[in-house]
Design a protein around this ligand. Structure first.
Ligand code: CA
Length: 219
């Protein structure tokens, strides 16, 4: 999953970035409202962590513009503004959830999981298809009850395919979920992760649709 972190405080930004990357997320970090707006128009993120007090352009303004162009990406507002009026304004402008600074990092991660699950239309926190189970909260992966060891990027590919069985993902679509701007993407990287997954799970679970991409068959 790919997240956009919008935060102008370098200390908070560094900390959150490290934690999110350790949790399998591909993350881009921008430090002002103008960059946030540009990033949101240029890449398909799965969620935005949005600070409100930002240089150049206020976070609330970025949020309003996002919703005006009918972008339904989940937005978790994270801010030091503790006035009730600010919280109400954020939610009314289209935020999906709210977290006040200083916050507990585990609570932040739990809210991210809840929001991305809800936006994917799932009630169950665990992904389960064809006897494969992925638990994003505990990072446990099993196949028919037996544990499977996955690298961060194998996990990310598998999570994307399992979240939408029957949907074909092109290589470019999978790359966008796997990499942030800073990552160096080698041209066959997605194929390498798919190859690794097929060796671990069996070739029938991830099918190659010639010229189109990859799909996990519907259960
Ligand atoms: Ca700020």
């Amino acid at each position: 999953m790919r997240l956009l972190l919008v935060e102008d405080d370098p200390m908070i930004g560094e900390t959150v970035l490290d934690v999110l990357r350790a949790e399998h997320f591909a993350v881009d970090w921008v430090k002002d409202g103008v960059m946030a707006d540009t990033a949101l128009r240029s890449a398909p993120y799965d969620l935005v962590l949005l600070d409100l007090g930002l240089p150049q352009r206020d976070g609330l303004d970025v949020l309003k513009a996002l919703r005006q162009r009918k972008d339904s990406i989940p937005v978790l507002v994270v801010t030091a503004r503790d006035a009730v009026a600010d919280r109400i304004a954020g939610l009314d402008a289209g935020a999906d959830d709210y977290l006040l600074k200083p916050y507990d990092i585990d609570e932040l991660l739990a809210r991210i999981r809840a929001l991305t699950r809800r936006s994917a239309g799932r009630a169950d926190p665990v992904l389960e298809v064809h006897g494969l189970r992925l638990n994003p909260a505990t990072h446990e992966a099993t196949r028919d009850g037996r544990p499977i060891t996955l690298s961060n990027r194998e996990w990310a590919v598998l999570e994307a395919l399992m979240a939408r069985p029957g949907v074909v993902f092109s290589r470019a679509q999978l790359e966008e979920k796997l990499y942030s701007w800073k990552d160096d993407v080698s041209s066959n990287a997605v194929e390498v992760y798919i190859h690794g997954l097929r060796k671990k799970l069996g070739a029938e679970l991830i099918q190659n649709v010639r010229g189109l991409g990859y799909v996990m068959p519907r259960p």
